[in-house]
Design a binder for this molecule. Sequence first.
Ligand code: ADP
Ligand code: MG
Length: 292
Amino acid sequence: MSTAGRTVAVINQKGGVGKTTTTVNLGAGLAALGCRTCLIDLDPQAHLSLHLGIRPAADDPTVYDLLLDQDLPAQEVAVRIEPNLDLVPAETDLAAVETELATAPDRHTRLAHTLANSNMWDAVLIDCPPSLGTLTLNALSAASEVFVPMQAHFLALQGVGKLLETIGLVCGSVNPSLQVSGIVLCMHETQTTLAREVVQDLSDFLESARSQDVPWRDCRVLTPAIRRNIKLAEAPSFGQSIHAYDPTSRGAEDYLALAQDVLTMWDQGFSDASQQADVSESPAEVTPKSVD
Ligand code: ADP
Ligand code: MG
């Protein structure tokens, strides 16, 4: 699998759009398909950690320690959730990092430095806070690519357009090779006219970027859209991914198919947008790797 080195920042500056749900369930889907995956909780709300039932004790290392101690390896902080799936947890003290690193010249590249020294995982997914501060800049400098979860709502596209422009500016200074490679439609209402219109506008917007020198020129809407499914909202209370909580639910079905689509995209690379369109119509079979 040519996923080695894939580090994905899962970003949207809007809260409640499905970032954490996507990080957990796409990540667990990738793991189920044989991809050694690490999830990093970079949101001081620690929803990703809570979703997976992890509440670090006072002396357990967390992502906070990783950011402050550049000699600490990521694998020493990571918690094994299930075969192929690790979590670098957070707790609310993560909010203090912003001030503690305020005068450090390398404050935006600390996570990048840590992950550059780690080759444990095929894919690393970083759940970002709904803001563009030090933590998100660390995610953007560590990432090779960005996934943007969004809901197809009125004005959502405007928000995504602004987010992409901001990412473009950040790329220029922090991480010039960063690419925005996928949009994930979350809590999707396939039946509504509004959702269909927003998706059409989004596709037009992405098409218009194909010939431009912007980090989202190869971005596509990942498939399938994730339908609204109550099981996805229930799973965090049980500290489980949707695949563990209810593998037969529509939520599990959607996120597993999304994981397949992502693996197919990664095997293909980003260079040919027309091939990617074909892929979205018929995702190739992915053969699960055996778990050592
Ligand atoms: P964010 O991380 O962007 O703030 P979350 O992933 O926490 O957003 O999602 C916000 C809320 O919506 C959560 O309560 C979550 O359980 C719920 N949710 C997310 N995706 C779905 C879905 N497809 N169907 C139903 N509920 C969802
Ligand atoms: Mg969240």
